[in-house]
Design a protein around this ligand. Structure first.
Ligand SMILES: NC(=O)c1ccc[n+]([C@@H]2O[C@H](COP(=O)([O-])OP(=O)(O)OC[C@H]3O[C@@H](n4cnc5c(N)ncnc54)[C@H](OP(=O)(O)O)[C@@H]3O)[C@@H](O)[C@H]2O)c1
Length: 243
């Protein structure tokens, strides 16, 4: 039986992923800042799918603990999904370095710190899959997502580099680029329904892409083309737009 580790398992997408992998008979390791919040998910997975799951304390910002956290997992997970992330109010982040720094340190530095650890372990075993949940926001920087988009751009570039580094080591790295998703992160935003996904849809698409060993998956598929258009707007025009 295979095991999946979900980093940031209290997230709505993380919980949907845990259920999806459990439904496919994966054992599940759920890691979050407050693992006690995951007890209902743990019993749900056990009742619904008869799957064992374990709870682990993990904080993306506690870089110094990442090695001991990952090395203490038994068994070593076959698949690791990095799903944690924060989207703070951008005007606040522009004014207050603490807010900007926390976003960068979580979305970029925290992810790099733990995934370097995971990748080194997978390289030494010559197997494993790493799935990183980035964002379409990282495809082009813009005013309304100044810090969040740049932290995700860095994460997307890191995942591409890690995929290149790990390829010859039989370790697969998949980048996930969600567009809008109805979750706690976006509950205060009014999202356009036709292009917004549910966490369950996102989890289903990620699982299928994992099975097919995709390199980069947009959720949903049309976001690839939306972002292609956005990326191709000439800079002299783009800088004048309110985006
Ligand atoms: N929703 C969207 O429209 C959308 C679009 C594109 C990409 N994404 C990405 O999808 C991922 C999941 O987000 P979501 O939409 O499911 O939002 P969410 O429900 O708000 O989940 C975010 C999660 O990140 C966790 N987290 C924050 N800081 C952490 C830290 N220092 N250490 C460990 N965990 C931490 C939170 O844990 P706590 O429970 O401890 O607060 C929470 O579970 C994120 O990376 C997000 O950037 C979301």
């Amino acid at each position: 039986m295979s095991t999946v580790l979900i980093l940031g398992a209290t997230s709505d997408i993380g919980m949907a992923l845990a259920k999806k992998f459990a439904s496919q008979k994966f054992d599940v390791q759920l890691a979050a800042r407050r693992p006690e919040l995951l007890e209902p998910l743990q019993s749900d997975i056990s009742i619904r799918y008869g799957i064992t799951s374990t709870l682990h304390a993990f904080d993306a910002l506690k870089y110094g603990e990442h090695a001991s956290f990952f090395n203490s997992l038994s068994p070593c997970p076959d698949v690791t999904v990095s799903v944690f992330g924060i989207l703070d109010e951008e005007d606040l982040a522009f004014d207050d370095w603490f807010v900007a720094e926390r976003m960068i340190n979580t979305n970029y530095s925290g992810a790099v710190s733990i995934l370097n650890q995971v990748a080194r372990s997978y390289i030494s075993r010559q197997r494993g899959t790493i799935i990183g949940i980035s964002s379409v926001a990282g495809d082009r920087g813009r005013a309304s997502k100044l810090i969040y988009a740049s932290s995700k751009a860095g994460f997307t570039a890191y995942l591409a580099g890690l995929r290149n580094k790990c390829f010859k080591e039989n370790v697969h790295v998949m980048t996930v680029q969600p567009g809008f998703v109805y979750t706690k992160m976006t509950e205060n935003l009014s999202l356009p329904r036709p292009i917004t996904s549910t966490p369950e849809e996102v989890a289903g698409i990620i699982y299928k892409a994992y099975q097919k060993k995709k390199n980069v998956v947009y959720v949903k598929w049309f976001w690839r083309y939306i972002m292609l258009i956005i990326k191709n707007i000439p800079e002299f025009q783009f800088k004048k737009m309110k985006l």
